[in-house]
Design a protein around this ligand. Structure first.
Ligand code: GLV
Ligand code: MN
Ligand code: MN
Length: 419
């Protein structure tokens, strides 16, 4: 039997460390918001690496970057593998990045071993997965999957009012619709877990069976303006005091409804935002998640009812906007099995698990069977500079990815799939 191939860990570490310099923030994390100058610098480097690896590089109209390694059968559907290179405002160096750069490592290993595959392999960097600059998240993969129209994506605005479409052109990464991902046989994404399960259970590899559903809401609370020193407390309509009651109520609802329900208020803005002014407007986001769609929908309904009641009792106005919703996804069973098989071949511990975070694979699964490999996150931390995955775990995840890609790239076009 042929020995199982492995990645070159020191090369992968070196590549990850090069990425960790672009947008580095004090303390070791990254600020590389989508379509920023840092994102452009990272894209330039990826393009160079892809060309050096002999890949045909192309860009689509959402700014997604692809690098293609031709297979023996040029017409066969392709194995696509990748993730995203953008980060949160104070993000880590692994989230998404590991998925793109380990895909590149897979290509490098195949190249240096002169391995041909039946199907072509395409590596991909999707634009704006994080949703940190342009809401909602996963705009590049969602665009390709037909979830979002080109106009919708191009018109997304950041907090300063800058448009996705214009910013994409400004950094020189706007491509064409003909270049969108198509004819995909399977899509694969290696990612850090971003939660504590693998580490707690001392398991090296997660075979991801699906992604939990989520809602993003935006709430605008409007009260009355006034002077901090003159208006008696019982004469005020202080928008922040009402928002604070809402925040506590939301957390209470989640805890009371189900142990797996999660709610987060991740951004909040006050107007006018001055120490001696009563806040007359507060705008805040709510992120609501649960693996079971019925329970998630119930939490959303309870949240709506409760914050509307608080607004009524406080005599202030409230507007609740639906920003985004995705349902739970179950990935392709054959990929879950192949990931488990890859881990077994290498002698790694592995478990099947759901993802708490959203991923590009979720949207790509709408157009092609998709799957994911997880590696442990130290202390379950991510979306922060403390994000860490040990290199020995990175190596295991990348080896499993290599195994699965190689296997799929030589599979026949036989089994049809319905999404
Ligand atoms: C993506 O990072 C998410 O919000 O889960
Ligand atoms: Mn990610
Ligand atoms: Mn993320």
């Amino acid at each position: 039997m042929e020995p199982v191939m492995t990645v070159n860990l020191s090369r992968l570490i070196q590549t990850m460390k090069e990425s960790a310099k672009i947008g580095a923030i004090p303390g070791g994390g990254l600020r590389r918001l989508s379509l920023s100058v840092e994102d452009k610098a990272m894209r330039d480097l990826l393009r160079e690496w892809m060309i050096d690896a002999g890949l045909q590089v192309r860009l689509d109209d959402f700014g997604n970057m692809y690098g293609r390694r031709e297979g023996r059968n040029k017409d066969a559907s392709v194995v696509m593998v990748g993730s995203h290179l953008d980060t949160q405002p104070e993000g880590g160096i692994y989230d998404g990045i590991l998925g793109v750069l380990s895909a590149l490592e897979v290509i490098r290993v195949l190249n240096e071993n002169d391995i041909e595959t039946e199907r072509s392999i395409e590596i991909v960097n999707f634009t704006n997965e994080e949703g940190a600059r342009f809401e909602p998240p996963m705009l590049g993969s969602g665009g390709v999957a037909g979830i979002f129209s080109e106009n919708y994506v191009r018109e997304r605005k950041d907090q300063e009012g800058k448009l996705y479409g214009e910013e994409l052109e400004n950094i020189g990464y706007a491509g064409t619709p003909e270049n969108r991902a198509q004819n995909i046989y399977r899509f694969l994404e290696l990612h850090i877990e971003q939660g504590p399960i693998l580490e707690e259970q001392k398991i090296s590899v997660g075979a991801v069976e699906g992604v939990q559903g989520m809602n993003w809401l935006e709430v605008i609370v409007s009260g009355d303006p006034g002077h901090a020193g003159t208006v008696p407390l019982n004469h005020r309509k202080d928008a922040l005091m009402s928002a604070a009651k809402m925040a506590l109520a939301i957390q209470h609802i989640a805890k009371e409804t189900d142990e797996f329900a999660k709610v987060t208020i991740g951004r909040m803005q006050l107007k006018p935002g001055s120490t001696n002014c009563i806040p007359h407007e507060v705008v805040f986001s709510i992120d609501i998640r649960h693996p079971n769609d019925d329970i998630r929908e119930r939490v959303v309904e309870l949240v709506r009812e409760r914050i509307s009641t608080i607004a009524l009792l406080d005599g202030i106005d409230i507007q609740i906007k639906d920003l985004w919703e995705i349902k739970s996804t179950l990935f392709s069973e054959d990929i879950v099995q192949l990931v488990q098989q890859g881990a077994k071949e290498h002698g790694y511990t592995c478990r099947v698990m759901m993802s708490g975070a959203g991923h590009d694979a979720k949207y790509i699964h709408h157009i092609a069977p998709s799957g994911m490999v997880f590696v442990p996150s130290v202390n379950g931390k991510s979306h922060c500079k403390e994000e860490l995955t040990h290199w020995e775990d990175v190596e295991k995840g990348a080896n499993v990815l290599l195994y699965v890609v190689q296997n799929l790239a030589n599979k026949e076009d036989s089994d049809l799939y319905e999404c």
